[in-house]
Design a protein around this ligand. Structure first.
Ligand code: ZN
Length: 126
């Protein structure tokens, strides 16, 4: 592990916890940039694919590259969901659902705690 995680981050990333809805720092983040895995730094989602799902978690309609995301059936909590993880380090990110509002039809529902946001460098304005 490159950096120390907070207990809250550890709970999400390694114990597959879920942050309380509307608690995450990125839920309403509209700054252009890249969301990376908080554990290993792999780039996972772009602000370009972020949308407001009204669920209280940051939501994306696609990953930056499909191979950066691993998916697995999750039968916990008495329901069938698709868990998504960082393909590089296996950190739990959240779940993906098939009710997305855009042309991909996907809704990646991701915990803010599992993400590390990097604002895009401003265009050269000099
Ligand atoms: Zn990772």
């Amino acid at each position: 592990m490159k950096k120390r995680l907070t207990p809250e981050q550890y709970n999400v990333c390694f114990l597959k916890g879920t942050e309380p809805p509307f608690s995450g720092k990125y839920t309403y983040n509209k700054v252009p940039g890249t969301y990376a895995c908080v554990v290993c730094g792999a780039e996972l989602f772009s602000s370009d694919s972020k949308f407001d799902s009204k669920t209280g978690w940051p939501s994306f309609d696609r990953p930056i590259v499909n191979k950066n995301i691993a998916a697995e059936d999750d039968y916990s909590c008495g329901m069938h969901r698709i868990e998504v993880m960082c393909a590089n380090c296996g950190s739990h990110l959240g779940h993906v659902f098939d009710d997305g509002p855009t042309e991909t039809g996907k809704r990646y529902c991701i915990n803010s705690l599992a993400l590390d946001f990097k604002p895009r460098a401003k265009p050269d304005s000099k």
